[in-house]
Write a protein of this length. Sequence first.
Length: 146
Amino acid sequence: LKGELVRIPDELELYKTDELTHSIPFLVPSAAKLLMDIGQNFRDSLYSKELPLYRLYLTSVTRTDEDIEKLTKRNANATDNSAHRYGTTFDLSWKRFEQVDADTLQAIPPERLKLVLAQVLFDLKKQERCYVKHERKQACFHITVR
């Protein structure tokens, strides 16, 4: 790994970390800031559309050599030269979201939330802040800071 890594919190109002079985909760500072910005922009988009608030699910962060070795045996998408190795990449689920206020009766289908998240990511990509890959098999957006 090049550069300094920062530990990201397991859970904030903006996102929730899935059980990380093949990665550790560390990113380079610019990627950690990008994650926070995505979470805030997602929340702002929901608010402006008068939708109930949801948290994003962070499903993968930085992978150690050991994580990558284990994962390449199970996951066809995993490679030895994974972008997750450098602390610059993380995955956000496009299928799972957690409602912030469980008492709210209005539930939004995950497909609708995926569209809101996709627009947030598209805007950040246009601003040249990140690269985004839509992964169907893993049901996530694979996001790398620029």
